[in-house]
Structures are given as structure tokens and as C-alpha cells.
Design a protein. Sequence first.
Length: 312
Amino acid sequence: MTATTMSGSPPAVRSASRARGSGGLRRSILAWVFLAPFLAVFVTFTAVPTVAALGFSLTDLRGTDLRHPFAVDVVGLDNYAWLFSDGRFVRDLGNTAVFVAVGVPLTMLTGFALALALNTGIRRLRGVYRTVFFAPVVTNVVAVALIWQYAFNTNGTVNQVAASIGFAGPNWLGDPGLAMPVVILLGVWRNFGTAMVLFLAGLQAVPEDVHEAAALDGAGWWRRLWHITMPLLMPTILLVSVLLTVFYLQVFDEPYLLTDGGPLGSTESVALYTYHQFGFGQFGLSSAASLVILVLVAVVSFAQFRLLRPRT
């Protein structure tokens, strides 16, 4: 009998199969080697803290209990029930909703307008303008907040300019009705550069010959923008919308550095509420509040994908 009939397959085929198998194993091992650093960071700084926060949120853990961890009682969902019965937390949910509802559209519109100008209108010194517009993203937020505090002080730069043209400037950061717009404006100023860069990349990916064909058919600039550019830009719009929504749902730096949530809690976000409760030693309660933020981010992001993804 031949070697083929005895083994069921030619020796060359078996050796090639073994080579493919060993090559696939090496590729799998190499893939896990490259993935290991990310997994280590993810597990250490994301997965483990999230699971720990979930566990803490079901207890009455306080700062005074750290020396006696076995004295902590499991309270189930009591922390969550207390949060939604707390008028301060409910108010902060509304403040966070305002941050999202106003900050996201303003940031997207500003970033898109600048990206459109850089892509089609501004020709000279385009690289300089890109750098200038992106600078707020990488500028130290603490230094920026100090400058903004001075500028919007009662005797600050903004009121001095207003006085020079005959207007009496208000107490921007001390008025509950005016502090929120200032904080949102700082958020927009810090983030429009990110939106601009992403929109600019999306605009440059739109085929130029499509616009040229539409122009030959008589379509004006506005019709080309609305019927060609915007539909082709939907994946970028989805990405920018999700990123900015996640940022504003977790907004912390701007209200903390400018007003510390004041005046009268008018600018306190859910993230800042969580920070304050942690500072008060309410570890179980602050863990529950942080998980509420996590759920809000997940639900809103899922809704955005459901609404915008079919259009991409």
C-alpha cells in the first residue's frame, strides 16, 4: 500500500497543515503579547475600580469605617434610592443635562464652522490657524481657569471692556443665572479644537469629484454642503457627538476650578457632587453616584448610536 492510502493524505499536505497550525499559534501568542499591556492597564485602572465601586455602592462604607472594614453593612440599593430622593443630586442631574444640551451643540457647531473654513476658505497660514485653534485642548486647565476667573471677576477684564463702552458688567461668577453660561463657555473653548480636527479629517475624506459633478449640475454651495457633505460626514458627526456627550456628562474641571459648583449649587455637576461626597467620607454614596454617571454615559451613547448610526 502507498503512503497516501495508509495515512489518508499525502505527506506534503500533512506537513503544510502542521506548518499552518504552528504559524497560527505563533500569531496568536504574538497578538496576546502585544495586547497584554493594554489588558493590564485596563484591568488595573478600569475593570477592578469599576467592580470595587459597584461593591462599595451596595454598602454604607464611610471614611470612619476604613479602620474597621468588617463593621460595614450591606444596604443593597439604599444608596441609589437616597440619591434620587436627594434634592441636591436631582438638581445636579439637571445641571449636567444643561451642560450636555447646550455644550455639545455649541462645541460641534464651532468646531464644524472652523473646520469648514480651514478646509475651503482659509488658504494662507492654514497650519498656523490649526495650531492656534487646537491650542486650548492641550493648554493646562488650571492656568486657564485662573485666567478666566480674573477675566470674569467683578473688576475683571470682561467688565472693564464693558465699562469702556458704557455698560455696567455683572458679577458673572457670583450670579446663579450667569455662572452656568461662563462655565459652559469654558468647556466649549477647551473642546472645540478636538471637534475641529475630527471634522477637518472628515471633510478632507469627502471626494472632490462629487462636489465638482454637483456644481456642474447647478447645485450651489449650500445645497452641496447639505446634500453631499453632511450625509458623507455622518460617521464623523456620530463620533464627535458621542465623544463630546461623554465629556459633558462627566464634566468636572470647569465647574470645580471656576465656581466649585456655586453659587448656590447652580453649576454643580453630578461628577462634582460625587467628588464632594467622597470628600465628606461618604464612600458608598459617592460610589453609587459614580455608577449613575457610568449608566448615563452608556444609555446616552447607545441612544446616539441608535439614532445616528443608520444614517452613516
